[in-house]
Design a protein around this ligand. Structure first.
Ligand SMILES: [Ca+2]
Ligand SMILES: [Ca+2]
Ligand SMILES: [Ca+2]
Length: 461
């Protein structure tokens, strides 16, 4: 807890909140919810069992421009083939597939890439990661060559969540019978931020060379963006004032949202293989860093609030400030810290926690999260910037993706509520004064904050 009451007061004023620092009312009724489904956030690692610092062996110099580590320098002591040329990446249990974004964007749209020390350096396109690669198996299945997961290629017609969950067990395709409804971490591995949603262009956020995709059906009264895909991940709290909620991926508008689980239709593709995909393996290195041995990523244990960064010292910053802070940041002898992309940051979400469920942010407790006061005046946890641009709305490039580790607030009709759940991924304008911008955006009145929290990442090898 590094936030002072002063900061909470300032936040309350900024957000127009009435009640300072109030605890979120915990919903006692959610424990019994949907006991048979995966919570999608299994953080298997027990930091206390690990040897602090054991991830630093074989660490390259930490120089931003240093050569790629050779064989044997992988942080797990593997043979260094993680990003290699073989068919399937196998040495990490939870490799993050890059977003596919290859162009750079300022707050005003496309821009030429900049260099270290310059504005807007360090965004998604400037860190390659594991580029998406798939194999069409020619039998109605697609293999993701980064994650190793095998997917059903065609969702067919929409179904209810209950139908999607119930039919998985008996589903058979290409001779396999071990299909399951994906977790939100599995399904989100397929999202691509080469997608766009807006008046100038509509491009799906999934690779349509491999997967069958449909926008909403106008003849059924649906909007184009009604392409919500189902997962097995159930929110431990509720959205929209009490609805049981499932986290789905919208491949039409490029978001994770909590959707009302009942009385709604979803696309559904089943998955098989890679049973540990989505499970973190966190090691507290004892020096302010945490390594996830499942993803090969190293994270700062504290967020920007813990470092008292940003123009107000409370950790909040706009997108350009977040990139600049990452660029110049040093910790534990490393200077190659960067703003995580949307998929890297989502890998840290622990869907077994939720502020209104257990008072915790949706992340493993090894991480420290600076508390904030939300729009409704209750104590909460922040949304965190990513390096990924969200091509959404009338100003393509002007919005950056964030991941909500607290409630994903929206203003609906008569007040503020958690509309999309802790663990949602939405986007905010990259810059602007929240006092003069519309305070809510889109059909669910998503809260517009602009000044979000930041947690930094680096490659742990
Ligand atoms: Ca990238
Ligand atoms: Ca089966
Ligand atoms: Ca740097």
């Amino acid at each position: 807890m590094r936030t002072t009451l002063m900061i909470l007061l300032a936040l309350a004023v900024t957000l127009g909140a009435g009640c300072v620092g109030g605890a979120i009312p915990v919903d006692p009724g959610t424990d019994q919810e949907a006991p048979t489904v995966d919570d999608g956030g299994g953080n298997e690692g027990t930091p206390a069992e690990e040897q602090p610092g054991d991830d630093q062996s074989g660490e390259p110099s930490g120089d931003d421009n240093g050569p790629a580590p050779g064989p044997g320098e992988d942080e797990n002591g593997d043979d260094g083939n993680d990003e290699g040329n073989g068919d399937i990446v196998t040495t990490l249990s939870y490799p993050i597939v890059d977003t596919g974004q290859t162009q750079c964007y300022s707050a005003n749209g496309l821009m030429d890439p900049t260099a270290e020390g310059q504005d807007y350096y360090g965004q998604d396109a400037q860190h390659e990661g594991n580029q998406p690669r798939y194999r069409d198996n020619g039998d109605g299945t697609v293999t993701d060559l980064v994650t190793g997961l095998m997917w059903q290629q065609d969702p067919g017609e929409k179904v209810t969540w209950a139908q999607a969950a119930a039919a998985a067990d008996d589903f058979e395709l290409a001779g396999y019978t071990d299909w399951r409804l994906p977790t939100v971490k599995e399904l989100y591995s397929l999202i691509l931020f080469t997608g766009q949603c807006g008046p100038s262009a509509m491009v799906p956020f999934i690779d349509t060379d491999y997967f069958h995709f449909s926008y909403g059906d106008a003849s059924q009264g649906e909007r184009a963006i009604d392409s919500q895909w189902a997962t097995s991940t159930i929110y431990r709290s509720t959205t929209m004032w009490g609805n049981a909620t499932m986290f789905g991926v919208n491949f039409a508008d490029g978001r994770i949202k909590g959707y009302p689980k009942d009385n709604k239709l979803f696309f559904c593709i089943y998955v098989r293989g890679g049973e540990s995909y989505g499970q973190n393996d966190l090691v507290d290195n004892g020096d302010g860093t945490v390594t996830d041995r499942a993803t090969g990523l190293m994270w700062t244990q504290q967020d920007s609030g813990g470092f008292e960064a940003g123009q107000w010292g409370d950790g909040r910053m706009d997108w350009r400030e977040a990139l600049a802070w990452a660029d110049g940041f040093e910790l534990a002898g490393h200077s190659d810290w960067r703003l995580p992309n949307a998929k890297e940051l989502q890998s840290l979400v622990d869907y077994s926690h939720a502020p209104a469920h257990d008072g915790q942010p949706a992340i493993d407790p090894v991480f420290e999260c600076t508390p904030i006061t939300a729009e409704d005046g209750y104590g909460d946890f922040a949304c965190y910037w990513t390096s990924t641009t969200h091509l959404d709305g009338p100003n393509p490039g002007g919005n950056g993706c964030y991941v909500a580790f607290g409630r994903a607030m929206g203003y609906l009709g008569h007040g503020w509520t958690d509309v999309h759940g802790a663990g949602a991924q939405r986007s905010d304008p990259k810059q602007g004064d929240p006092a003069t911008l519309p305070y809510a955006h889109g059909p669910q009145g998503d809260a517009v904050r602009v000044y979000n929290m930041v947690r930094l990442v680096r490659d742990a090898r």
